[in-house]
Design a binder for this molecule. Sequence first.
Ligand SMILES: *[C@@H]1O[C@H](CO)[C@@H](O)[C@H](O)[C@H]1NC(C)=O
Length: 159
Amino acid sequence: MLSPCFKDRNMDICTRFVVLFCLMGLTCAVPVKFIDCGSSSGKVSIVDIDPCASQPCQLQKGQAYSVNVTFSSAVDSQTSKAVVHGIIAGVPIPFPIPIEDGCKSGIQCPIQKQQNYHYLNSLPVKKEYPAIKLVVEWELRDDNKQDLFCIRFPVQIVS
Ligand SMILES: *[C@@H]1O[C@H](CO)[C@@H](O)[C@H](O)[C@H]1NC(C)=O
């Protein structure tokens, strides 16, 4: 993988760098560990959640988090649509996001084969959500409803 943070034994060093960056007032965005859940129309290289100082990301109720998924497309596509689920105890529950249109989320459409893209969106954490650990599944679907990316990463909602 591209980032040293993907290797557990380097996590400590990585965490120290992040703390240092944050202290210096620079961005606290860190690549998060994710699993690919079937990106058949593309390939994901980096997933950034900001802020996320330690993993799993602690998501404060009432806050919004920025999500930045760097991927390359394997297909041409006029459209892209995001579908987000929260997986709680193995059950996927639809997780509404304000902007579903990927073409309005940092991606210039039409999407072209072999191009790299940064998908940028916000993950709003509502006050009424329970304070639990869950897995976020984020898909971006192409014209044929195939996944340009499908990623899963664990988060913890905190009060
Ligand atoms: C998104 O992430 C990529 C890779 O880390 C980075 O190059 C790019 O600047 C980021 N974009 C934004 C708007 O943060």
